[in-house]
Design a protein around this ligand. Sequence first.
Ligand code: NAD
Length: 284
Amino acid sequence: MSAQILDGIVFSAEIKEDVKRRVAAMKEQGVIPGLAVILVGDDPASELYVRNKGKGCEETGMLSRTIRMNAAATQEELEAEIDRLNRDPAIHGILVQLPLPGHLDEAAALAKILPEKDVDGFHLINAGHLMTGTEGVTPCTPKGALYMIRSTGEDLSGKEAVVIGRSNIVGKPMAMLLLQQNCTVTLCHSRTKNLAEHTRRADILVAAVGKAGFVTADMVKEGAIVIDVGINRVDGKVCGDVDFEKVKEKAGWITPVPGGVGRMTIAMLLSNTADAAERTLKRE
Ligand code: NAD
């Protein structure tokens, strides 16, 4: 039987509707949630992401500000801009679009963002919150992926979850979120031996590798929840890490690419910004 499709277009619309309601409620109290995106250089993929973020803000009634900096901007200039946004009361969320040009220090820039305005959830303080299961900002992509996993209605407690990829922005936080759901988590990576032996045990399989067609049907357990985080371009077409056509005949649930996790990332960014604005309102 063919898998049920976990539709990122439907779920992200659900989240955006909720954000829209929350933004309207805050506006009544005189606060407009504001998201600032810093874009250094003119990488076309980053330009597209930034445009989509602006569109998301518009749809939900938030203030959106894009700060464009020259590709040759210095670390001092970048950090000065972050400092300005940290102090700006109209801005509740700050995002530095990655990757930065090679001469800039990404970690140092991210560390400059006030943790409460770090809507990407990449600051070390927020990484620490995720690690310890305390309240902080959760990275958008794994948060969106978890939303999709939970939408299956399956009891996640005790399930075998396998994550392929150990990046700080996807793989590691994904593993922590699944652990918080009481899954038994295996985190696989490029040095993992006998990868398929791990993935075949997975009730929940998350692929965040960046290689088209990497997860094949023989690597998937019958009835599994398969989440494809990958975004790859093959012959001008966008596809994920999972061999969708074959795996969907074996999995219980599967996310498509495009129209899957990618949609959730932006929705969760908007949701994290609304959370940040609500926290400010509470403090005032
Ligand atoms: P990354 O390059 O930082 O990490 C890739 C990971 O894959 C590494 O940890 C590596 O160990 C692992 N890997 C590589 N080859 C492997 C192999 N043969 N076997 C097992 N593991 C292997 O990438 P990332 O930033 O985590 O992104 C992963 C993918 O997700 C990319 O395609 C990226 O474009 C996509 N992505 C999508 C979204 C979204 O919104 N949907 C957000 C972020 C990243």
